[in-house]
Design a protein around this ligand. Structure first.
Ligand code: PRX
Length: 571
């Protein structure tokens, strides 16, 4: 087979011709699938859960197949509907109403999904926090969003700096605890007495639903605000890109603390009433293959970093399991290496379909649709309804094969509608009618897009976005650290690792012990994925005359590359 072009196999998918799909397409047609069409109002929780619970043919179907090392559970659509109604009643009793921010800081567990939909049913805005966040990360997000309620476990509560969070009025605790103050609400106790009937809050398509915090190259994490309207694109891409059918068993490996874990770990499959597999616990090739085998997973959405680990685990790990249920595999979050695609053809006899999008875009935009030939190394083509291009810094399109800024014609259904509390930040994404992604790419003469890298300093480590500023800020809180500059350093398995350069305060000396102590300081204060894997002490950190850290220069030095223009470098 020509490894430059891998055609789709006939009979494997619903192979609609790409050009025909683009021509015959309209978002209004997609909208007709929702109750909005009849009533003018909508709620994601109704479309993704209650609608199936009302359908006699679907109500007893498994919505969630959950497994973790110490727990296994199945929940039908009727059960998920009833329990999320109960939790919506718990929230209502506490006065939660439309537009309030209710955050979730929970492990990946059935309770996450129950409380998440409970929040949406009240019309409140859900804010999922990644379970591995430490105090600083939790503080930044809860302060910025002014969340009035948090749902967490007694263990994770220790990382919630309550004294710094004046807006946080109530905390729901899932699990055994001995807190008695009025502020704390016991999940189990309240659920016991809550009715499983709830009058859902019908909202407008443009009403707020979800905030995901994500990192940029400067400043604190940004609250990316999504509205119920996103369902239109989640629904459509579940059909066109994930190729989901009624009897599929679907598994998205992403955590719901990140956008992939909500858009495609919750909404896309459940809008179609498809059974969704969720795995708690840590990654190992054996238990991942085991999950596909046990649950007969047919459609699998995962990430390059995981796939690279599976490649390293070798053929033997594959052979121990029956993976014949798999019929469609997709990837997101980082560049998908052509070698991984080659391996996928050998290991699963399947093509791995790359998809490109971002927290801000809310849903997939550039993808390898099942009907397209795959060109390994390319992210594919824009989905129907989406115009993508490569633009220069003024927002003018550049010719084919020329590198530039990957841009999308705004708006589209799942696009963010604000950056919470920061209107100027939101505006800064748009130039000349284009949403400018910050990724550099080029488009070939056949319209395939090829990712090249980030244009800013954002780090992508194992598919997780890390803002250098956040890490630098944490580093200089350590008494030994005077100044810090943080970069992403290429790494074969993780894509990039976080590397920190620092100068020390007087009285401190460079030692292995000190570097490890500083690393732990970031790990326990911010989060494990943001902790630098490499640390280096320098005599000075390069800065511009206006005092900005020149991360680009640090990176060039590190990689032995030409340093380019250094005219703004401070003496
Ligand atoms: O640089 C791109 C990279 O991940 C960034 C978005 O990260 P995040 O908002 O955390 O969302 C991740 C999942 C939606 C992008 O700006 N990225 C995402 N998908 C790809 C990718 N890089 C290369 N290829 C992809 N398919």
């Amino acid at each position: 087979m020509d490894m430059q072009r891998i055609p789709a196999q006939d009979g494997q998918y619903n192979l609609q011709n790409y050009e025909t799909m683009r021509e015959s397409f309209s978002w209004d047609e997609v909208k007709k699938h929702f109750s909005w069409h009849q009533t003018g109002k909508v709620n994601m929780a109704y479309e993704a859960v209650d609608r199936h619970a009302e359908d006699p043919a679907k109500q007893d179907k498994a919505a969630l197949l959950y497994s973790a090392p110490d727990r296994e559970e199945k929940m039908t659509f009727a059960e998920l509907s009833g329990k999320s109604n109960q939790f919506a009643n718990v929230l209502k009793k506490q006065g939660i109403a439309k537009g309030d921010r209710v955050f979730l800081f929970l492990p990946r567990s059935p309770e996450f999904y129950i409380t998440f939909f409970g929040i949406l049913k009240t019309g409140a805005i859900a804010g999922p926090l990644f379970e591995a966040f430490m105090e600083q990360a939790v503080r930044d997000r809860l302060q910025d969003s002014e969340a009035s309620m948090l749902i967490t476990t007694p263990e994770l509560l220790e990382r919630v700096p309550q004294d710094d969070l004046p807006d946080l009025e109530k905390i729901v605790l899932v699990g055994e605890h001995n807190k008695t103050a009025d502020k704390y609400i016991d999940y189990a106790e309240e659920m016991k007495v809550a009715s499983s009937a709830f009058n859902i809050e019908w909202v407008d398509l443009e009403d707020g639903m979800l905030i995901h915090y994500t990192s940029g190259s400067t400043g604190k994490p940004k609250g990316v605000y999504h509205v119920h309207n996103a369902m239109i694109q989640h629904y459509a891409t579940a059909e066109w890109v994930l190729d989901l059918h009624e009897d599929d068993i679907y598994w998205c490996t992403a955590d719901p603390g990140w956008v992939t874990g909500t858009s495609y770990g919750i909404f896309a499959p459940w809008l179609h009433g498809v059974t969704n597999v969720v795995r708690g616990g840590r990654f190992s090739p054996d238990n991942w293959y085991g999950t596909i085998d046990n649950y007969h997973v047919s459609v699998w959405y995962t990430a390059p970093t995981a796939l690279r680990k599976l490649v390293s685990a070798g053929e033997d790990a594959v052979k121990k399991h029956d993976l014949s249920s798999l019929r469609h595999v997709l990837s997101v979050g980082e560049p998908l290496n052509p070698e991984v695609i080659t391996w996928g053809l050998q290991a699963f006899d399947l093509r791995i379909h790359d998809t490109w999008w971002m927290t801000e875009t809310g849903a997939q935009l550039i993808v390898n649709l099942p009907s397209l030939e795959i060109r390994p190394g390319s992210m594919g083509k824009p989905i129907p309804g989406i115009e993508a291009s490569i633009v220069d810094n003024e927002g003018n399109e550049v010719p084919a094969n020329q590198m530039g800024n990957l841009a999308i014609k705004a708006p589209w259904p799942a696009m963010m509608r604000k950056i919470w509390n920061r209107p100027e930040k939101y505006e800064s994404y748009f130039i000349n009618g284009w949403y400018v992604s910050g990724d550099s790419a080029y488009k070939d003469e056949d319209g395939y897009f090829w990712f090249q890298g980030r244009l800013d300093d954002v780090i992508n480590t194992s598919g997780e976005r890390v803002g250098p500023f956040e890490v630098e800020s944490k580093l200089i809180e350590h008494p030994a650290v005077a100044e810090a500059g943080v970069i992403g350093k290429p790494d074969p398995e993780r894509g990039e690792i976080v590397k920190a350069f620092m100068t020390l305060n007087d009285g401190y000396e460079d030692s292995k012990e000190l570097l490890e102590e500083i690393r732990q300081f970031v790990k326990t204060g911010l989060s494990a994925h943001a902790a630098p894997r490499e640390l280096e002490i320098k005599d000075a950190i390069p800065k511009t005359r206006s005092g900005k850290i020149m991360r680009r220069l640090l990176k060039s030095w590190e990689l032995g590359l030409p340093t380019g223009d250094t005219s703004t470098l401070e003496e």
